[in-house]
Each structure stands twice: as structure tokens, then as C-alpha cells.
Design a protein around this ligand. Structure first.
Ligand code: NAP
Length: 525
């Protein structure tokens, strides 16, 4: 195994937040891939955090014959797509970044999406990943040739990519979802989804509706209200909102972090354990949950003096059941003179606006849909065909299942980043991601070192793992009765991991080759 040396943090620092220094691709990248018959050791789908992080760690483990297939013309995944006004991460940047690529220059505790995108670009530059990335390769099918033990990835460019192993790192929040509201197609004004922002649309002086009051909406609303003539916020379910301890980083701190990296590491550790302790409130119903609920109610009371409005904004489900939101400016924005909170259910969308169930037509120039994503809880983002042509989407129809969130029986040598039951509700997604990457690298190294045609998790092992996960999930707040994107229509939780991040790390830390059926590759004389 070779250990690639990482370039010093200098380059990383230089590129952060300066996306102009990074060539933005507007046209297809010149074809640099090897010939159509070339077999890669690993094909990675997606050049977001997970795909790039896996490429870095694979190369550290000596796997260099790798290509990253990216559907867009730029890296960044969710942070490339979610560039709506106010977009930021609700996990502190010192924890929402790779532990192996610290950035001493985060401008604030909760950085904005531009800055996070800058960090992603810096990973590409500093770890020399550019040459691995094949842009505008939108995957249309992933299919196993089980006679050869090779995965064939079809893209809409007409190419077929061959790989011994595959990392599906296309992300669970990759596909924007417009709600199924009657008449949505009849609206004659402008429709914008939060994850497909139209930066050319001028909101100044417009009458605008925002549908949704989730994590994206509460960041958009405070920004839009500053620009528009009238903002109408359509809330279906109020969220638990907590204060956001957001501070700018002083130049002194940045210098200390750069000179003495252990200081930043110590802060990351402190943030990690603070978030871990939140699991006690978020995941399970406990006295800490009740304390959290009181804190949320006190915050609401401190920010919203009007009792009627408070009643409208008070959640009627357990803290943690849906994602907890953090914002200091959401409640104040709702109380601005040009903002109106509408809690009547939406009946339908008409040519000129939104009609609510009590019969009022709210006329607007633009509707912003902050309505979330089409999360593959019971399907796959593209057809995935495994041993004997079996189709993953069919097997997942009633809810996705995997072994340790990453492998699925019948789909050997395929690793799914943020697969079933890997979601965190209380800690940084990147903490979980690093564990998934390390696990996948161990699996891939095993396949390559032992010259395996297939390393396929045994179905009984997978079933036992899932029975245990579902048993544990039954006791969590997520399964306590509210509706959320974590659950399928039938209430099956295919999304969240029922435990601390430390428990997830313990689960992923052990790669037990005995859990897998091994098929040796044919020896060619
Ligand atoms: P979301 O949390 O799924 O929220 C969607 C919102 O749209 C909800 O308020 C939902 O209401 C509403 N909605 C959906 N369909 C509707 C309909 N037909 N009529 C009326 N309202 C409707 O989506 P999101 O805000 O885009 O966030 C999705 C996920 O992205 C988050 O959970 C988080 O994981 C991630 N995210 C993270 C950050 C961050 O800072 N790290 C920021 C943004 C997003 P109901 O609640 O009633 O369903």
C-alpha cells in the first residue's frame, strides 16, 4: 500500500471561498478516459463530498485505477445545487468537513454554501483529483455482468464504463422534488425549487410564495423577505427551531488553527461530543428531550411575542421526530410587515397563485418550492441490476435495506454511500461519511488483494442486521408518529441510523469478511 502525501494546507487555504480560482466547466470536459474496454478498479458515481473523499482514501490505500463519473459540469453535489439565498450548513464547519483535511480559514462557525463549495473545490485541487473526474456523465443504468464480475455503468453520453467495484456516491438529496399539488402545472408565474435556484430571477418588488417550512425554507425566507414586496409562507407542519450559535472566526483564531492544528482538532472533538450528547434528546424520548422541548418553546416565546402566531408555530410532535432546525432570523422574518404566515392547507395551485382550503386565492408572481428532495427510500436514482438481472428498486419497493447501510446482497462489489439507515439526526453527516468511506476501502482492498470476482454479503446476515436496526428504530423519536422524509408512506424507516455516531463508527469499524460470500476470479492462462 502506498500512502499519498497530502499537499500542505496552503493550497487549501488559498482556494477556500475563492471559486473564481477554480475553473468552472460550462462545456463537456475533453474526453480523457481510457478506451471503452478499460476496466477500472473502482468507478465512483458522483463528485460531491462522498465521491471525492472516497477517491482520496482509495488512493491512500494504493487504488489508483479510479474514475469519478459526475453528471454535472462542476463538482460539489448538494453544495453546488443548493445555492439559494441564505444557504448554509446547520452543522458547524469544523465538524462539517473532513477530519483529514481541516480548514483553518472557515470564516464563521456555520459557513455558507459558497464557502463549503469552495472547500469541496479545494479538495479537488489539493489532492489532485481533477484528472479522475469525468464530467457530464449522467448515469442511466448500473448493471452487473456476473459472468465477468464486472459492473457496467451506462451514462447518457452513450458510454459504458466498466469497473470491478462501484461506489454509489450520488447522494440521497440529489433530486429536487416538486410537490404533488393539484394544478401545479397551471401556474403561469415563475416556479423555482430551492435546489435549482434561478439566480437571474429578480425578486425585487415581487409578490412571492414559499411552500414549505423545512431546513431550506427557513434559510431562504429571511433573505427573500428583504427583497420582495410581499412574502407568503405556506406552512403545513411547524418545525422545532433552536437558536444558532453563529460567530465569525477571528483572524487570530485562523492563525492559531493554521500554526497549531491540534487546537482546531480539539475544537472539532468538543463539537463532536456536544453533538453526540444531543442524541439523547433527538433520537430517543428522554428527560433531555423534554428539556430540549422547553428550550424550543422558550426560544419561540422570546422571538415571537404574539400568542396567536406562537400557537401557529408550535410543533405538536416530539422534538427530533422531524429534523430540528436552527435559525436566529427565521421567526423575526415571519413577523416582518411584508410577510404573512399561512397555515390553511393548500387546496390547489391556479394560474395566478395558490388557493387554500378556506377558498382564498393568494395571487403571486413567483412560487418558491422549498419542498425537499425525492429521497430513494423505496427505489434507486437509476436502475441498478445485480446478480441474474435482479433489480434493486424492485427489492426496495417496500423500503430500502442494506447490510451496515452500505452493501446489498445480490449486488456484490457495490458500495452505497448514505445507503439505507445511515442518516444522522444529531451529528455531522461527514462523520458518518468518513466511516462509510473507510469501510468501502477495506472491502475494495479485499476484492483486489484476493482477486475476487464477487464479494457479496450473505442474505441471512443482511436480514439479521436489518431486523436489529428496525427493532432499535421502533424505540426512536423518528418512529413516534409524525410524517417526515425519513419514512416511507407506510411508515418504514429506511433512512436513519438508530444510535450515536460513535455506535455507527463501531458498526463500520469492523469489516467481517465472513459476512460475505466470496467468488474467486477466473484465472486466465
Ligand atoms: P424538507 O425538510 O423535506 O422540507 C420540505 C418542506 O416542504 C416541509 O415543510 C414540508 O411540510 C413542505 N411540503 C412538502 N410538500 C408539501 C406540500 N405538498 N404542501 C405543503 N407543504 C409541503 O426539505 P428541505 O427543507 O429542502 O430539507 C431537506 C433536507 O435537506 C433536510 O432535512 C436536511 O437533511 C437537508 N438540508 C440541510 C441543510 C443544512 O443546513 N445542513 C439545509 C437545507 C437542507 P411537512 O413538514 O408538512 O412535510
Amino acid at each position: 500500500m502506498t500512502n499519498e502525501k497530502r499537499k500542505p494546507a496552503k493550497a487549501l487555504n488559498a482556494t477556500l471561498g475563492e471559486r473564481t480560482t477554480v475553473r468552472r466547466r460550462t462545456a463537456a470536459k475533453k474526453e480523457t478516459a481510457k478506451g471503452g474496454d478499460h476496466v477500472y478498479d473502482t468507478l465512483i458515481i458522483g463528485a460531491g463530498f462522498a465521491g471525492l473523499g472516497t477517491a482520496i482514501k482509495l488512493r491512500e490505500a494504493g487504488v489508483h485505477n479510479v474514475a469519478i463519473l459526475e453528471r454535472a459540469a462542476e463538482v460539489g453535489g448538494t453544495w453546488r445545487d443548493n445555492q439559494y439565498p441564505g444557504a448554509a450548513c446547520d452543522i458547524p464547519s469544523n465538524l462539517y468537513s473532513f477530519s483529514f483535511a481541516p480548514n483553518p480559514n472557515w470564516s464563521r462557525s456555520y459557513s455558507g454554501s459558497q464557502e463549503i463549495l469552495g472547500y469541496v473545490h479545494s479538495l479537488v485541487n489539493d489532492f489532485g483529483l481533477e484528472k479522475l473526474i469525468q464530467y457530464q456523465q449522467n448515469v442511466t443504468r448500473v448493471e452487473l455482468d456476473d459472468t465477468q464480475g464486472l459492473w457496467m455503468i451506462h451514462t447518457d453520453s452513450g458510454r459504458v464504463w466498466k469497473g470491478k467495484t462501484v461506489i454509489m456516491a450520488s447522494g440521497p438529496l440529489a433530486n429536487a422534488s416538486f410537490p404533488k399539488i393539484r394544478g401545479i402545472e397551471n401556474f403561469k408565474g415563475k416556479k423555482i425549487h430551492s435546489a435549482q435556484w434561478d439566480h437571474d430571477y429578480d425578486f425585487t418588488g415581487k409578490r412571492v410564495a414559499v411552500v414549505g417550512t423545512g431546513a431550506s425554507a427557513i434559510q431562504i425566507i429571511p433573505e427573500l423577505v428583504k427583497k420582495v414586496d410581499k412574502l407568503k409562507v405556506f406552512q403545513r407542519t411547524p418545525a422545532w427551531v433552536m437558536p444558532r450559535p453563529d460567530f465569525s472566526t477571528s483572524e487570530f483564531s485562523k492563525k492559531v488553527f493554521a500554526k497549531l492544528p491540534f487546537t482546531q482538532k480539539a475544537i472539532r472533538e468538543a463539537l463532536y461530543w456536544t453533538h453526540e450528547s444531543m442524541a439523547l434528546a433527538v433520537i430517543w424520548s428522554s428527560p433531555v428531550t423534554r428539556i430540549g422541548e422547553r428550550l424550543g418553546q422558550a426560544f419561540l416565546k422570546s422571538q415571537v411575542p404574539d400568542p396567536w402566531m406562537r400557537r401557529q408555530l408550535k410543533p405538536d410532535y416530539k422534538l427530533g421526530c422531524k429534523r430540528i432546525l436552527v435559525s436566529n432570523d427565521y421567526y423575526p422574518a415571519l413577523q416582518k410587515e411584508n410577510c404573512e404566515l399561512i397555515t390553511w392547507p393548500i387546496a390547489n395551485i391556479v394560474e395566478k397563485g395558490i388557493r387554500t382550503s378556506e377558498g382564498i386565492e393568494h395571487r403571486v408572481d413567483c412560487i418558491v418550492f422549498a419542498t425537499g428532495f425525492d429521497v430513494p427510500k423505496s427505489g434507486t436514482p437509476y436502475p441498478v441490476l445485480g446478480v441474474g438481472g435482479r433489480e434493486l428498486a424492485k427489492e426496495w419497493q417496500r423500503g430500502a435495506q442494506a447490510y451496515k447501510s452500505i452493501n446489498v446482497s445480490g449486488y456484490p462489489n457495490l458500495y452505497i454511500m448514505f445507503g439505507p439507515n445511515s442518516g444522522p439526526g444529531h451529528n455531522s453527516a461527514l462523520v458518518y461519511m468518513e466511516q462509510q468511506i473507510a469501510y468501502a476501502v477495506k472491502g475494495i482492498r479485499t476484492i483486489l488483494d484476493s482477486n475476487l470476482k464477487m464479494l457479496d454479503v450473505k442474505p441471512d446476515v443482511q436480514a439479521k442486521h436489518n431486523a436489529n436496526i428496525q427493532k432499535r428504530l421502533a424505540k426512536t423519536n423518528w418512529n413516534s408518529g409524525c410524517k417526515s422524509w425519513y419514512l416511507t408512506e407506510d411508515g418504514f424507516n429506511a433512512t436513519m441510523f438508530p444510535g450515536f455516531a460513535t455506535q455507527y463508527a463501531a458498526q463500520m469499524g469492523k469489516f467481517d469478511v465472513k459476512a460475505y460470500r466470496q467468488v474467486k476470479a477466473d484465472v486466465v492462462a
